[in-house]
Ligand binder design. Structure first.
Ligand SMILES: Cc1cc2nc3c(=O)[nH]c(=O)nc-3n(C[C@H](O)[C@H](O)[C@H](O)COP(=O)(O)O)c2cc1C
Length: 342
């Protein structure tokens, strides 16, 4: 295994262990939906479908980027693609950085596309890889090889700081993304990996042509905690808890994204139906999960992942009934209040 493959392997095995999540939640549990005692709708007619970049999906959910680039990742990506195909939800692949160096790893990503030509698949690459790519031919290749529907660029300075082999030279990332944007036809999204994205950065990303933000905020997997498990010289509770909660990010980005036609996505610590429904109520078009999906797959394969998603979505449908929301658009404007008792 080369060092990149080894790292991706380590990430999956560490993410199956305990004690790698933020101590605080993503913040959605601090809010309560306004209950509608007389919802004028039939529960069975509630529509959970959403539109994203011109496509329709059955549920306001996607699987966040996780893996690729080593042998075991092939099985995971094949299984997750199968789930996404059956449920009609998007799959974001893990970082395709390894594909920039060796074509061997391509099959660990293309295996997802082989599960169906109509699955919606996002390519995934780091902001620093884009900055360091001189002509972006490699980026175009990773998109074309999997016939990606959009590309997700991950911004992960905290993770890189604590990764033993991390790259902490972030100079030129915005310019790199801007140049790359000019060469790429499909939508481009920028995401964090658990520390959140600010309004200021969102405005700058809008100015350089980015189509969407996945806030990937704090409240779930802590990537500094994951890297500290790989780096015995580092152990800092302060940095394990660094970041902005997912709910706070959504609240601060919503108005700007709506006014500027930017797609807002929620992820980072999404752990139950309330987090999903509240994300939509706070303006997210769709909602992503990573570690809970990996754990479900590890425990019971494809069936367990499907069961997890179906259970969550059944409860989202119940929340929609109780808030009088016939569809996700209605849910996006329901009222909620901040809990007083804490
Ligand atoms: C095993 C694992 C590997 C990950 N690898 C990537 C990656 O390659 N690229 C990326 O953008 N995010 C990656 N992430 C981060 C997730 O996409 C997500 O932003 C983060 O884990 C927070 O979501 P969660 O709390 O639902 O896990 C990974 C997450 C997990 C659990």
């Amino acid at each position: 295994m080369n060092s990149h493959s080894q790292r991706k392997h380590d990430h999956v095995s560490i993410c199956l262990q305990p004690d790698i999540e933020h101590k605080v939640s993503s913040g959605f549990d601090a809010y309560t939906f306004m209950h509608n005692a007389l919802p004028e709708l039939n529960y069975d007619e509630i529509d959970l479908s959403i539109q994203l970049f011109g496509r329709t999906f059955n549920l306001p959910l996607f699987i966040s980027g996780m893996t690729g680039g080593y042998k075991g990742a092939m099985d995971i990506n094949a299984a997750l693609a199968e789930v996404c195909c059956e449920l009609s939800i998007p799959l974001v692949l893990g970082s395709q950085r390894s594909m920039l160096q060796d074509q061997y790893s391509a099959s660990t990503f293309t295996v997802a596309r082989e599960k169906g030509s109509d699955i919606c698949i996002s390519a995934n690459i780091g902001a620093t890889e884009i900055a360091q790519s001189s002509n972006h031919d490699g980026i175009i290749r990773i998109i074309d090889t999997i016939n990606a529907d959009w590309i997700t660029i991950h911004a992960n300075p905290l993770q890189e700081l604590f990764q033993p082999e991390g790259n902490t030279d972030f100079r030129g990332v915005l310019k790199g993304i801007e140049d790359c944007r000019k060469r790429i036809q499909i939508p481009m999204i920028v995401k964090e990996v658990g520390s959140g994205i600010s309004l200021d950065l969102t405005k700058r990303l809008h100015d350089i042509g980015i189509d969407g933000i996945d806030v990937a905020g704090k409240g779930g997997t802590s990537w500094s905690a994951v890297e500290m498990k790989r780096n015995e010289n580092e152990n800092s509770d302060y940095f394990k808890e660094w970041g902005m909660e997912t709910s706070d990010c959504l609240i601060s980005l919503r108005e700007f994204c709506e006014n500027n036609n930017m797609t807002l996505l929620s992820s980072g610590g999404i752990r139950n139906a309330h987090d999903i429904a509240m994300s939509v109520a706070m303006g997210a078009k769709s909602v992503g999960m990573a570690r809970p999906i990996l754990i479900a797959y590890h425990e019971g394969g494809i069936q367990q992942v499907k069961m997890l998603i179906e259970r969550f979505m059944k409860d989202v449908q119940r929340i929609m009934f109780l808030t009088g929301s016939k569809n996700c658009k209605d849910l996006s404007i329901v009222q909620y209040t901040k809990n007083q008792r804490n």
